[in-house]
Design a protein around this ligand. Structure first.
Ligand SMILES: Cc1cc2nc3c(=O)[nH]c(=O)nc-3n(C[C@H](O)[C@H](O)[C@H](O)COP(=O)(O)OP(=O)(O)OC[C@H]3O[C@@H](n4cnc5c(N)ncnc54)[C@H](O)[C@@H]3O)c2cc1C
Length: 468
């Protein structure tokens, strides 16, 4: 089979690249080994996880908000099999959607495991070779498992294993307080599990703004999630009908299920890449430049197999850019405005620099404003006043450097910050623009006003802090 552009992997990076190449006139072929398109994101990542987040949010509304707003319903109860049916239906709709887009754009899907034979052929296990002019590698990532004794127990699962559960565990231990671990901890606490997080670093989600991580830890504490920070897990033993997890200095916790979520590694082995001269690192993935070119001129790499971000939306953009370059255009990826959504309760969403990064890069020429949700009318009427919005700018030109949000629907609101950062907006652009009233999005403008010392909706003397 002949292709102008062959894409290895049908996840967010790969399917986007295949469709974009076809839009630009390529005979585009995508090789994907699973029975559905969509990759980790659609099948076993973003989409099923956030379907559960939605069930958790509905429970929260029923438990904490309906009665306050004058809506009487019966005692809320989780019907886990129904939640799982909903999750499966959402996943199915999304994966079928990609298959339809392939048909509509004339992208050919070759089902099977692909491996480079040389720099112009991919061999497909059990099928025909694909001869290509340009290729895009988008093979994704896999969950890492640390060498801790006992983790081979069937009660220790990765995120895919947790998503496949048919019963809510009474006691869940989460090993790793990164994004995936915190999202599942938040969901299962709402589903009724006793949840314990063990994390070897001193903070949850350590790459995020320090105030946001602190706020999350505070709210998790209030929600009854047990946190053991700066503690190493040393071993896991089967103990009758559960597990005994050993950590720290001789401490233990019992559980029925353990999620191992200590990070993901790029899937780069067994693809024949090194043999054809594609430079890669087993930890960091395939080396690719801002045009997504690898060290072999007609081979590109996108997404988790070649990236630092491990996000679906960075994979989407990299896929577009790689396809455009493969088709003779000149496109680059600009990473200034990468949104960082975290679907915990409370949600976190950021873009640009954290406050610490801004101070490191700009010294004292940094101004920060924090606007608490408790002063936003829409948040108050939604009964969702936990958290705040932080606006960070440099004081020479007023250029916006970052926005950090913790609270209601912030994963949707962060797009305002993405557009502002991409447009190199100043804090005045944001603070002097009009935000519809009453909305949650007003808080972005208000945080800018606080940073400029012109807050209208906070008391004059109040120095708004992230702990507000
Ligand atoms: C639990 C969880 C929740 C997540 N939540 C979010 C979120 O909310 N937001 C977000 O932005 N990101 C989230 N992510 C991350 C996101 O899923 C990934 O960043 C994204 O899927 C990366 O896309 P990709 O195309 O690089 O790789 P993948 O989606 O992993 O796709 C790679 C594809 O390549 C196929 N493949 C691999 N090797 C071969 C081969 N040799 N031959 C044929 N096919 C092959 C695989 O089967 C797979 O389908 C989450 C991840 C997890 C695990």
């Amino acid at each position: 089979m002949e292709a102008d552009v062959a894409v290895l992997g049908g996840g967010p990076g790969g399917y986007t690249a295949a469709i974009r190449a076809a839009q630009l006139g390529a005979r585009s072929v995508c090789i994907e080994k699973e029975s559905e398109l969509g990759g980790t994101c659609l099948r076993i990542g973003c989409i099923p996880t956030k379907a559960w987040v939605q069930t958790a949010f509905a429970l929260k509304e029923a438990e904490e908000t309906f009665a306050k707003l004058g809506v009487r319903v019966g005692e809320p109860q989780l019907e886990f099999p129904v939640a799982n049916e909903w999750k499966a239906a959402v996943v199915n709709q999304m994966t079928q959607g990609v298959a339809s887009l392939f048909k509509a754009n004339g992208v050919e899907w070759v089902r099977g495991v692909g491996r480079f034979k040389d720099a112009s052929t991919i061999a497909v296990e059990g099928g025909e070779d694909v001869a290509f002019k340009q290729a895009i590698v988008a093979t994704g990532s896999f969950p890492l498992c640390p060498p801790i004794p006992g983790l081979d127990s069937p009660r220790c699962v990765d995120s895919e294993g947790l998503l496949a559960q048919e019963q809510v565990p009474r006691r869940l231990v989460v090993l790793g307080g990164g994004i995936i671990g915190c999202e599942f901890a938040s969901i299962f606490r709402r589903f009724g599990s006793e949840v314990t997080i063990i994390e070897m670093l001193p903070t949850l989600i350590p790459q995020e703004d320090a105030d946001a991580s602190k706020e999350l830890a505070k709210q998790f504490g209030r929600r009854g999630i047990a946190l053991h920070l700066e503690k190493q897990c040393t071993g896991v033993d089967e103990s009758g009908d559960g597990l005994t997890v050993h950590f720290g200095d001789g401490e233990t916790v019992q559980c029925d299920l353990m999620l191992v979520s200590v990070g993901r590694g790029p899937l780069v082995e067994g693809l024949g890449l090194e043999e054809i001269g594609v430079e890669l690192d087993r930890r960091k993935g395939i080396a690719a430049d801002e045009r997504r070119r690898t060290t072999v001129p007609n081979i590109y790499a996108v997404g988790d197999c070649a990236g630092y971000w491990q996000l679906a939306h960075t994979a989407f953009r990299e896929g577009e850019v790689a396809a455009e370059n493969a088709m003779g255009h000149d496109a680059v990826v600009d990473n200034r405005g990468v949104p960082r959504p975290i679907y915990t309760d409370p949600e976190i969403a950021s873009v640009g620099l954290t406050e610490a990064e801004a101070r490191e890069q700009h010294g004292d020429d940094v101004a920060v404003g924090v606007f608490p949700w408790v002063a936003n009318a829409r948040a108050v009427m939604q009964n969702e006043t936990v958290g705040w919005v932080k606006s960070i700018h440099e004081t020479h030109y007023g250029e916006l450097l970052g926005i950090v949000m913790v609270g209601p629907h912030v994963t949707d609101l962060i797009e305002a910050g993405v557009v502002a950062l991409d447009a190199e907006a100043t804090v005045e652009t944001v603070a002097d623009g009009m935000a519809a009233h009453p909305t949650l999005s007003e808080a972005v403008k208000e945080a800018g006003l606080v940073a400029l010392g012109r807050a209208i909706h906070l008391p004059p003397k109040r120095r708004a802090t992230a702990q507000a």
